[in-house]
Design a protein around this ligand. Sequence first.
Ligand code: PGA
Length: 252
Amino acid sequence: MRTPFIVGNWKMHGTRAEAVALAGAVRKAAEGAPEVEVGVAPPFPFIEAVSGICAGGRVKVGGQDCHSEAKGAFTGSTAGPMLRDLGCAFVIVGHSERRHGLGESDECVGKKLRAALASGLIPIACVGELLEERERGATEHVVRRQLQAAFEGLNADLAGRCVVAYEPVWAIGTGRTATPAQAQEVHSDIRRFLGRLLGDPVASTVRIQYGGSVKADNIDALMTQPDIDGALVGGASLDAAAFTRIVQFQRS
Ligand code: PGA
């Protein structure tokens, strides 16, 4: 009942020409997976070119981040309405590379999520624990704290438009994927907690993506888990063949 949503997060990679070529390949891949929603988040300077390639097709284009304000004196930042203007449908907020690399707080991520919704973008809210937090048994606590800051007080209609990405920080870019069972355990806790915050009807419709070293050879097993509704893919999304196989996953 939840349409799978697979998104490629291109991070800070590539040239304009490479982005255009990759977008063309993803457009084709999405045509071969009519039951999957597909998205790409290119670097900001390439969004317009990628939007052009994806126009009229099945691939949604998104930003990798947005500011919490709609406009203002914020040098170097990009606002939600600007992303909409370029044809974006979604935006990633709270990616661990911003939480841990750039010091974004839970509160800051919550503001960005609200700003994204106010501009008509679908927020993909990233949550996930550090290795040290997992090792001391704090995974559930950390993820619930991040979810609470992001979702508390949102009405059901707005919350229902959001996507959550569970990305254990120790699995991002490391080649160390959470096992399907480890991911499912956290995904089902996320859904239970969202049910408490927002009510079960909303929690049962919110899509929860897994992210962290998703590859062509582990996507099938991840997608067989009942609460894994898609993937946020970094490294493997830069390889057209690998990302095509991920988009065209097989639930065995
Ligand atoms: P990765 O990145 O697939 O390269 O681990 C995932 C992400 O950061 O969204």
